[in-house]
Ligand binder design. Structure first.
Ligand SMILES: Nc1ncnc2c1ncn2[C@@H]1O[C@H](COP(=O)(O)OP(=O)(O)OP(=O)(O)O)[C@@H](O)[C@H]1O
Length: 325
């Protein structure tokens, strides 16, 4: 069990309260609060320039917030920089790799700098770079450099891992490998704070999420609550009559939209039907009962909760809802 797991559940590993950060008179982050609970993965998302990197750097004690409070492991990360850094593995967007060194020498150098013990072989195997150990860093591909950065962040099994766009530049297979390493870490109790522009990545990995827009929180909550803010969808193609579709409207909780089907394999007079619903399970049951009662075939039937991508595109409306509440 890691030390962060020993923190009482109510004490977050990272606690950011009403933090604002400025570059001279430009406010990059405005009264943002978030927390990373022990053993959980939190995703910090946002448009370009939303303030994610500024906030991550401030959480690591590299910048002083203009106002608000930050605690990491219950400590001020600026005043207790060495202690916090000793328990945190960090992967920033810009790495501090030395091009002239071999991959293995780079990690040996890291061993000398880090307060955590580990072996070069273990971390190279973990990130799938063991076959590149003798080549200079300068010849690594962009994706391989990211993996070496990742290896340094994982050095010595830190309690908290902070990842700033960890999979940018990785091919889809390497991205999946990194996801599985992050999931494994998390299963062992490591807490993770990550930023990413890949919404599928955040949805796949994170337990909770904060979405920033121009330095302010637009959306926040557990992943399931955030996804539940947008209606789920049931879609199908059917040759239902107008009367049958009218009946469907009366049976489901959600809204029913119908358009003439563009499915060339379907016969004429078929409809593409979309049910947008806040209660997916109830409405799936209602749709199936309705189809059975009328002996209707539902072609291309799909049921899916909202994706984080849809949440992202609905962000202005969701942010307005937050402001009103
Ligand atoms: N050193 C700096 N001086 C002045 N402004 C800065 C500085 N660094 C960042 N900014 C500005 O602060 C805002 C937030 O930048 P930040 O890098 O934190 O955003 P981000 O969300 O990480 O963006 P991206 O997704 O593009 O990496 C941006 O408008 C950026 O131009």
């Amino acid at each position: 069990m890691s030390l962060s797991q020993q923190l009482p559940e109510r004490v977050p590993v990272v606690a950011v309260e009403a933090v604002s950060c400025s570059y001279r008179d430009f406010v990059a982050v405005e009264t943002v609060s978030l927390s990373v609970r022990a053993g959980r993965i939190h995703a910090l998302l946002g448009t370009n320039g939303a303030g994610k990197t500024t906030l991550l750097e401030t959480i690591q004690g590299l910048r002083r917030p203009a106002s608000g409070s930050i605690k990491v492991f219950g400590r001020d990360p600026r005043r207790h920089r060495a202690e916090v850094a000793g328990r945190t593995g960090t992967m920033l967007q810009e790495s501090g790799l030395v091009d002239e060194m071999t991959v293995a020498d780079q990690l040996s150098l890291w061993r000398g700098v880090s307060v955590r013990e580990d072996s070069v072989n273990r971390v190279l195997e973990l990130v799938g770079l063991d076959h590149r150990r003798r080549v200079p860093v300068s010849v690594l591909s962009g994706g391989e450099r990211r993996r070496l950065d990742f290896a340094m962040a994982l050095w010595g099994d830190p309690e908290l891992v902070v990842l700033d766009e960890p999979t940018t530049g990785l091919d889809p297979q390497s991205r999946r490998t990194m996801w599985s390493i992050i999931r494994d870490l998390n299963t062992r109790g490591t807490s993770v704070l990550l930023t990413t522009h890949y919404l599928e990545e955040a949805q796949h990995l994170a337990d909770s999420v904060t979405i920033l827009d121009k330095g302010r929180i637009a959306v926040e909550g557990t992943m399931s609550d955030v996804l539940a803010a947008i209606p789920a969808r049931i879609t199908f193609i059917s040759a239902a009559s107008s009367a049958e579709l009218a009946e469907l409207r009366s049976l489901v909780v959600g809204d029913v939209a119908q358009t003439p089907s563009v499915d060339t394999s379907a016969s004429a007079d078929t409809w593409s039907v979309t049910v947008q619903t806040p209660r997916l399970q109830d409405d799936v049951a209602a749709v199936m009962d309705w189809a059975r009662a009328h002996a209707l075939r539902l072609a291309q039937l799909r049921c899916a909760p909202a994706s984080l991508e849809e949440v992202f595109f609905e962000m202005p409306a969701l942010a307005a809802g937050r402001a009103d509440s």
